[in-house]
Design a protein around this ligand. Structure first.
Ligand SMILES: Nc1nc2c(ncn2[C@@H]2O[C@H](COP(=O)(O)OP(=O)(O)OP(=O)(O)O)[C@@H](O)[C@H]2O)c(=O)[nH]1
Ligand SMILES: [Mg+2]
Length: 237
């Protein structure tokens, strides 16, 4: 087994070292940081950690237009190319607990995509303001109703893929970038008849750094389910 975790970063300088040290405690896990030329020097910090920890840490410095989804598309290609058997995704801001990764990876024994979910029994949100809770709940209900993705938490960025499913998705056709990227990937997994399962996680609000949530991100998320619902079956999968 060769698991890799992809961590996109934009201005996460203070979060990266504690995150990487917790990830290194997960047996056999490799770490791929995808930084978008963060102005706060996260890229340099990632290089420092790579030098310190050697071949378990890889850093991708993007130069094209910045984007959460764009970063993942590049990271997923690199991870597949490297021969990873299990490809995990998580945020850098310590909202996702690295200690949950073995559970996520293990659950791929019975699924092609495992989602760390805040909205299945046992899942929870910690320290999220009411405004974010309502928005997130609404977003999930909206996506399920329109795009028909059978997932309780389709905007969760804590995931583990079996490489076989990921390798047959048309990653080059993915159109979205923010939260919508996570929805689009879950939708693709479902359309490809992938087995999707959710396991409960506790999501903790970031303590350091700033959120990248914006009006543009929300507008894109509002539009995407309609685009997915209208997407013809032929040609894309
Ligand atoms: N490479 C890259 N990473 C990004 C970009 N935008 C966000 N990220 C990273 O994606 C992850 C999730 O972004 P967050 O800002 O934490 O978004 P969020 O979790 O919805 O917001 P908060 O709950 O407020 O933290 C974090 O690791 C960010 O650093 C980007 O444009 N490029
Ligand atoms: Mg966050």
């Amino acid at each position: 087994m060769r698991p890799v975790v992809i961590v996109p970063t934009y201005n996460e300088r203070e979060n990266l070292a504690p995150l990487v040290s917790k990830l290194l405690a997960v047996d056999g896990l490799s770490i791929l940081v995808v930084d978008d030329r963060s102005p706060d020097g996260t890229g340099d910090e990632a290089e420092r950690l790579r030098a310190l920890h050697g071949d378990r840490v890889t850093v991708l410095h993007r130069t094209a237009a910045r984007g959460f989804g764009r970063s993942y598309i590049e990271g997923l290609a690199v991870a597949l190319e490297s021969g990873a058997t299990h490809i995990c995704q998580m945020d850098a801001d310590l909202s996702h607990d690295p200690a949950d990764l073995p559970r996520l990876i293990d659950a791929t024994r019975h699924a092609d995509l495992v989602i760390g979910s805040r909205y299945v029994p046992g899942g929870r949100l910690q320290n999220w303001p009411l405004r974010r809770r309502v928005l997130s709940r609404f977003a999930n209900a909206y996506v399920r109703a329109i795009a028909r993705v059978p997932v309780a938490d389709c905007t969760s960025g804590f995931r583990c893929w079996r490489r076989e499913l990921l390798a047959r998705l048309p990653l080059g056709n993915v159109v979205s970038d923010g939260y919508a990227f996570l929805v689009e990937m879950a939708w693709l997994a479902h359309r490809a008849n992938g087995r999707i399962s959710e396991i409960p996680i506790v999501f903790v609000e970031r303590r350091l750094g700033a959120s990248k949530m914006s009006l543009r991100v929300m507008a894109e998320s509002a539009l995407l389910p309609w685009r997915l619902a209208a997407r013809p079956r032929r040609g894309l999968l």
